[in-house]
Ligand binder design. Structure first.
Ligand code: FAD
Length: 520
């Protein structure tokens, strides 16, 4: 069967041949792989695309595994073939083809929401066991409605899978307090590139555990994660305030993230916007609700090309009296130096707050800009470089905006576990910079090629200026670039690869290692 498949993979480029294949082939492949799930080698188009829309590939087949057993079988099957690769696809929200496998096997990991989640009593609290393909939005709804508990660390948008974000880091406005999502899991079940199913944690198979966290899918496929949870608050007060000066914005944001719990907000983020009335890039992007009255007078007093918005949130319960919440908020905001008359706020449920980007997704889908290309760029920039980054990048290269959010907010390195695979800039405080570009086919805007070039220009500016930075959700094409990215972690990364995926079967779309070709 493997010989047959290889013949198919190598020789069959034509639609005519594809059409000759039928249900029988799928069933023979299922048998050869000992699959209980399904295999589809016809409707594979979606697995050859991703949210970025910049890269395309043609997978040989998409497999919907029915469980860990199927995933192990697929990997073992691929390892017996001369050159098949396997990519786990979470929700395909990568930008640069990271979840693709050209002519390889794509495992569609996304699980249905009714898969169920178990609450586990842990030494110091509680955790939940969730599937690697579960969407975070389902994890949230399930945990809150069933147990009144919630994971502690999030991403801004929750239509992402547990395995997909844990393979990167998973950051948002709670990261300053709890660390990234990778710092909030205590145990994983992983199917390695050897086809072994292994339970790992910081005390059991710890090298595998830490290599998989932030490991860009290189060492194994996460089939289950044990995620720390805490009691979920009922409500959130979500607040935005505006700054004209970057140094005041960063000083205030840094003071908030270094205060102890109870002395600060529960969520701290920020973004840069254009000092104009442009509905997408300018002042209106600060509003939290369409009904908010908006008076741009305070912002028109400044001739800076860009302004800064600090975004914070405070958790509370329905039982808390509103004056207590008002007093806490006033006290915390009272220490900050934002511009007068630029405070916007709404109260909403905790679940609605965490699902806030879902609304933006609906609008973007309605406007047709969810499915167009997204040449996004994400960086971690050290505190020592962030002022110059503002001067050279925000105020110059990006002074007209990017058609979407330009996030910038500080996080603390000590909340990250340095044993994980993620590489960070030096120093305790560094910034996440997320340039979330949307391209509108109905408006005159720069071509996607120009936007990709602008991203390169930004990276080159960082390199030339000697900034201390790392790409988040990295994308490189050469081994030298990957070596440079990982720095002194590279040899360890290579060693882990040779231990857990020696034939380089997994996650070929990251373009870090090349599948050992046994047919040569
Ligand atoms: P995919 O894109 O499908 O996969 C990503 C990589 O992980 C691939 O290499 C894949 O092979 C591998 N992989 C997938 N599943 C598994 C698994 N179970 N085991 C092992 N490897 C696996 N990131 C943040 O940190 N914070 C944010 O706020 C944030 N917001 C976002 C908002 C949007 C609209 C989008 C599109 C992305 C956002 N991201 C954010 C980035 C996101 O975390 C990454 O793109 C992530 O990889 C997407 O998850 P996914 O489930 O779609 O994974």
């Amino acid at each position: 069967m493997i010989a047959y498949l290889e013949h198919f993979v190598h020789e069959n480029d034509s639609d005519a041949m594809l059409q000759q294949e039928d249900e029988e082939t799928a069933s023979r492949l299922c048998q050869a792989m000992d699959l209980q799930g399904t295999i589809d080698y016809r409707s594979t188009g979606y697995a050859g695309k991703d949210f970025g829309g910049l890269h395309a590939s043609t997978p040989f087949a998409v497999i919907r595994p029915s469980g860990t057993h199927d995933i192990a079988s697929v990997i073992r099957f691929a390892s017996q073939s001369p050159n098949l690769t396997v990519a786990a696809r979470g929700n395909g929200h990568s930008i640069n083809g990271q979840a693709m496998a050209n002519r390889g096997l794509v495992l569609d990991m996304k699980e249905s929401s009714d898969a169920g989640i178990d609450l586990i009593r842990y030494t110091d609290g509680y955790a939940v066991d969730v599937g690697g393909g579960a969407l975070w939005e389902d994890v949230l709804r399930w945990c809150v409605s069933e147990f009144g508990y919630s994971p502690r660390s999030w991403t801004d948008y929750l239509g992402l899978t547990v395995g997909g974000t844990l393979s990167n880091a998973g950051v948002s406005g709670q990261t300053f307090r709890y660390g990234p999502q990778t710092s909030n899991v205590t145990e994983l079940e992983v199917v390695t590139g050897n086809g072994d199913t292994v339970i790992c944690s910081d005390t059991q198979n710890s090298e595998l555990f830490f290599s998989v966290l932030g490991g860009l899918g290189q060492f194994g496929i996460i089939t289950r994660a044990r995620v720390l949870v805490q009691p979920a608050p009922d409500m959130v007060r979500w607040i935005r305030v505006v700054y004209s000066e970057f140094d005041e914005f960063t000083q205030d944001a840094e003071s908030l993230i270094t205060q102890s719990e109870g002395e600060s907000f529960d969520y701290v983020e920020g973004f840069v916007f254009v000092n104009s009335d442009d509905p997408v890039n300018g002042w209106p992007s600060v509003l939290l609700h369409p009904d908010h009255a908006f008076d741009p007078t305070p912002m028109t007093r400044f001739d800076n090309p860009v302004l800064y918005c600090l975004e914070v949130a405070l958790h509370y319960n329905k039982g808390n009296c509103s004056t207590t919440v008002d007093t806490r908020v006033e006290k915390l905001l009272g220490r900050l130096r934002f511009m007068e008359d630029t405070q916007f706020q709404v109260d909403l449920t905790y679940v609605d707050f965490l699902l806030r980007v879902k609304e933006a997704e609906k609008q973007a889908k309605a406007n047709g800009i969810w499915d167009t290309p997204h040449p996004w760029l994400n960086l971690f920039v050290s505190k020592t470089s962030i002022m110059d980054f503002d001067r050279f990048v925000f105020k110059k290269i990006l002074k007209d905006g990017i058609g979407g959010p330009m996030l910038v907010y500080p996080i603390l390195r000590s909340k990250w576990d340095e044993r994980a695979s993620i590489v960070l800039p030096e120093g305790e405080i560094f910034y996440i910079v997320a340039l979330l570009r949307f391209t509108n086919p109905y408006q005159k805007s720069p071509s996607v090629r120009d936007l990709v070039s602008q991203n390169q220009e930004i990276i080159q500016t960082c390199v030339r200026s000697g900034f201390d930075f790392k790409l988040y959700l990295p994308h490189y094409n050469t081994e030298d670039d990957w070596k440079q990215h990982f720095g002194d972690r590279w040899l360890w990364f290579v060693e882990m690869k040779s231990r857990y995926d020696p034939m380089a079967i997994l996650a070929p779309g990251q373009k870090i290692f090349t599948r050992h070709d046994e047919s040569c």
